[in-house]
Design a protein around this ligand. Structure first.
Ligand SMILES: [Zn+2]
Length: 179
């Protein structure tokens, strides 16, 4: 797909308090809160976060963006804490920027919705795509402008890999790393 003619809107959507913001360190520590209680698919859900982290790491490496997610076992050490939320309505995820200093991301919280028990049409792929999308936010991306963008909302298709638009904006965000 060619780069969207609305790419500037995507860049605009990625501004946090008027600026593109990024991690200014190579290793970003992620703590995945254990899932307590009787969620039917908790191993599956946990594994999808690990899978998303590892996919983003490959994508970042392939595009020479010097940032990698690293799983840690203590929340206190983490830059990003993944929480699980149980709700009785459609809720896939939410990324909150808890601390941003200048243009540096410092602390992020990601909520992932546990599939509920009310007959919602969630699929394994849609869960994975939603987690990929939230970690896109965690890298500093805002919402995309084309249906093929992993950061597009609402998801029209099950997009599990970033588009050229996603990558271009990500490179734009991290270009200061190279200067
Ligand atoms: Zn989003």
């Amino acid at each position: 797909m060619p780069i969207s003619k609305n790419i500037n809107r995507y860049i605009n959507n990625s501004l946090i308090r008027g600026k593109l913001c990024r991690w200014d360190k190579n290793s970003v520590f992620v703590f995945i809160t254990p899932i307590t209680g009787s969620a039917a698919n908790k191993e599956f859900m946990y594994s999808q976060v690990e899978r998303a982290i590892s996919s983003w790491n490959s994508i970042l490496r392939a595009n020479n963006i010097p940032v990698q997610f690293l799983k840690v076992l203590q929340a206190e050490q983490a830059d990003i804490v993944v929480h699980w939320v149980k709700v009785g309505r459609v809720y896939e995820g939410m990324c909150k920027y808890l601390s941003v200093v200048g243009t540096s991301l410092k602390k992020i919280s990601i909520d992932i919705g546990l599939p509920n028990y009310y007959g919602r049409e969630t699929t394994d792929l849609s869960i994975y795509c939603a987690i990929m999308h939230e970690f896109g936010h965690a890298l500093g991306l805002g919402h995309g402008v084309e249906v093929d963008d992993i950061m597009f909302v609402p998801h029209q298709k099950n997009i599990s890999t970033p588009s050229d638009n996603d990558i271009l904006v990500l490179k734009q965000i991290y270009q200061q790393h190279f200067s």
